[in-house]
Design a protein around this ligand. Structure first.
Ligand code: APR
Length: 232
């Protein structure tokens, strides 16, 4: 089966009612990013950071996957689909996608602030401020904050280097190293971008200027038609 690699960002969860970051009224208009999404912010005020992620976890649990997530699941019947997401919600999993890499962590998990290899699933929406990991350090959200390394970038690069098709959906491509992944996609691969706004990409790409739900249906319909044509 040919390989489709999909890079998703906050925009694919927008139609599920989850705020993006840089759209108007986005999260970074409501919260100072350096206070709630950086390692320095955590050290300055862990309670504020914990509350920020508790609120986002609660919203995630109230949300459901949307048509965009479901179109990517549909594609798995025809291609070897891998999703590289910048999102920390679990909507791809709940839609039924199988191969998912979370570049920026997962809201459903927590880790020790001293040892990021100690990772536990969170039962419910809240990590109560002051909860300790077994090593005696604070239990923190399992999120990659600004100023921290992106441990999953190598496996993500490996996937991009094998892509026959590359689909970018719902990301402003503002944040590296995620935004640089497209540079590892072979020149012969066909690339698509689904976003209602214009997003600059420095290579030939088919743009579908629509929301994820309708835009991904168009891309998936085209990819399925290509797969069926190759069978004939
Ligand atoms: N369908 C598709 N795309 C949409 C939709 C929608 N319904 N609504 C908005 N978008 C697009 C916007 O036009 C924008 O290009 O989604 C993109 C969202 O961009 P950002 O808010 O910058 O989110 P993202 O690119 O995922 O941010 C990357 O930045 O703050 C960090 O760690 C955080 O993972 C995040 C990273």
């Amino acid at each position: 089966m040919e390989k489709v690699v999909v890079l998703t960002g906050a925009g694919i969860s927008a139609e599920s009612g989850i705020s993006t970051f840089r759209d108007s009224n986005g999260l970074w208009e409501q919260y100072p990013v350096e206070e709630v999404a950086s390692i320095d912010g955590w050290h300055r005020n862990p309670q504020l950071v914990q509350s920020f992620y508790n609120e986002r976890r609660k919203k995630m649990m109230e949300a459901s996957p949307n048509e965009g997530h479901r179109q990517l699941v549909r594609l798995e019947q025809y291609y070897d689909v891998s999703i590289i997401t910048q999102n920390v919600d679990n909507l791809h999993e709940r839609a039924g996608s199988k191969n998912i890499i979370h570049l920026h962590g997962e809201l459903t998990k927590a880790c020790s602030e001293r040892n990021s290899n100690y990772v536990v699933d969170i039962d419910g929406w809240e990590i109560k401020h002051g909860t300790l990991a077994p090593d005696g350090s604070l239990l923190r959200p399992f999120i990659v904050w600004f100023g921290e390394a992106v441990p999953m970038i190598e496996p993500a690069i490996d996937l991009c280097e094998q892509a026959d098709y590359f689909v970018v959906v719902g990301t402003s491509l503002n944040v590296y190293p995620a935004a640089g992944l497209i540079n590892y996609v072979p020149p012969a691969a066909k690339c698509y971008l689904v976003d209602p706004k214009e997003v600059h990409v420095a290579r030939k790409i088919t743009t579908v200027a629509e929301k994820a739900g309708t835009g991904l249906k168009k891309v998936v319909d085209e990819l399925i038609a290509l797969a069926n044509a190759e069978k004939e």
